[in-house]
Design a protein around this ligand. Structure first.
Ligand code: ATP
Length: 434
């Protein structure tokens, strides 16, 4: 984990937030490569769940919602963790995680009694900070989709089964954030609400578990590091009939990446009750009105990014050197191609290399770098997972060819400049581009 965290900082994936002020604890900023990785991940999710299907459409609801929505959802009443404080060292703990509920696991001091703590961030809407103006930062994106159910029915007239997909920020005032970007107070979720006939809920619940599990594998996560864990009855959230977590074998242990839940008709019923609106679905064929059941695959963007970073981190010995490579899937790699001149003191070589980079940029995410000797430039690109390096040397003046080096095998091939684009698009296949 330390190696991944250090690479993330060194190479510009993820920085501590407000670093120059000493940092805001457990808050992270995505740097130039981090934002590309994150965007690629979101794009891959959107492509698989929205563009590649006929039954799911995307949406983007606001972070702020009517406060009543959080009463209907149960968050005001139920979204609590129990916390205990150490009377001696003042550290705070999540009571569920304590082996001994009375003794501080760090200093042995006495703990306060467990007290409930609502995880929602509260703020005020408008200029007056009074109780009537209280509003919450959404702790999940899901509710934004439930409250739009009627709008979707009225504007698109979808037939069951159909779904809504959304990616966006969520906020939770976690008691014990940590493990880098795994648990933070501000994070991004990618969620699907899939509306189905009640009698088909179990079938779709099971198929979504498989579908989501396979999505991580299709982007290169090692199978040995991924598992499903079905929740026991006493572990289920108040709204769920059944739930399976997809877990990743992080360096700190198996932990949740995504949860797939059968939420039954809890959400639509509750929002109908609190809003006074009719949120039933009308089935044309049977002339019945009923609440559809909802299957919800709910994943974290940051957790997925972290899993892909950890999973792709690879070290190998090359001659006497240690080579660090991020073996990221081609769709996720932040940079597809880097163009590197071998001799940066030869203006004609530099000019040619810059031109090649400019041309490639039209269709691929490419970078140009001449800020070091070639060995150093390769090392840098390997560390960020760049798929191909195109090296321009003096020979180009005679044979109009460049050397293309593949990331994982380090095999090199001489390719004519004219053929370069075609060669790279052949190799990259249907890579998700800009
Ligand atoms: P956990 O048990 O780890 O707190 P959860 O079961 O409360 O997670 P859900 O409410 O199911 O999480 O949220 C769906 C997804 O959102 C999680 O699988 C996770 O990927 C992501 N997520 C939830 N809380 C956080 C957080 N504090 N930081 C980063 N990602 C989070």
């Amino acid at each position: 984990m330390d190696k991944v965290v250090s690479l993330c900082k060194r190479r510009g994936f993820i920085f501590q937030s407000s670093d120059i002020y000493g940092g805001l604890s457990n808050t992270w900023d995505y740097g130039p490569y981090g934002v590309e990785l994150k965007n690629n991940l979101k794009r891959a999710w959107w492509k698989a769940n929205v563009y590649a299907r006929d039954d799911i459409s995307g949406m983007d609801a606001a972070i702020l919602m009517h406060p009543k929505a959080w009463e209907a959802s149960g968050h005001v009443q139920n979204f609590f963790d129990l916390k205990s404080d150490c009377k001696n060292c003042k550290k705070r703990f999540k009571s569920q995680e304590l082996k001994d509920k009375n003794k501080c696991p760090e200093c042995g001091g006495t703990l306060t009694e467990a007290r409930p703590f609502n995880l929602m961030f509260k703020t005020y809407q408008g200029p007056v900070e009074e109780s009537g103006n209280e509003i919450y930062m959404r702790p999940e994106t899901a509710q934004g989709m439930f409250v739009n159910f009627l709008n979707i029915l009225d504007s698109r007239h979808p037939k069951l089964p159909f779904g809504l997909a959304q990616i966006g920020k969520a906020f939770r005032n976690e008691i014990t954030p940590g493990n880098f970007t795994f648990r933070t107070r501000e994070f991004e979720q990618m969620e699907i609400e899939y509306f189905v006939l009640p009698k088909e809920a179990d079938k779709y619940y099971k198929s979504w578990v498989e579908e989501r599990f396979n999505w991580y594998l299709s982007l290169g996560i090692k199978k040995a590091n991924l598992r499903k864990r079905e929740h026991a009855q006493d572990e289920l959230a108040h709204y769920a009939h059944s739930c399976t977590d997809i877990e990743y074998n992080f360096p700190f242990g198996w932990s949740e990446l995504e949860g797939i839940a059968n939420r039954a008709d809890f959400d639509l019923k509750k929002h109908a009750e609190y809003s006074g609106r009719d949120l039933k679905y009308f089935d044309d064929a049977t002339k019945e009105r009923f609440y559809p059941y909802i299957i919800e695959p709910s994943g974290g963007v940051d957790r997925a990014c972290l899993a892909f970073l950890v999973d792709s981190y690879h070290e190998e010995k090359v001659k006497d050197d240690l080579r660090v490579v991020l073996k990221l899937h081609k769709d996720l790699a932040p940079v597809k191609v880097a163009v590197l001149p071998l001799l940066r003191n030869r203006p004609e070589i530099v000019t040619l290399a810059k031109k090649i980079a400019r041309d490639l940029k039209q269709s691929l995410i490419s970078v140009y770098d001449d800020t070091g000797a070639i060995g150093k430039l390769y090392r840098r690109q390997d560390e960020v997972g760049t798929l191909y390096c195109v090296t321009v040397d003096v020979q180009i003046l005679e044979d109009k060819q460049v050397t293309v080096r593949e990331r994982d095998t380090m095999l090199q091939e001489r390719i004519g400049i004219e053929k370069l684009k075609e060669y790279l698009s052949d190799k990259l296949g249907t890579v998700l581009l800009k």
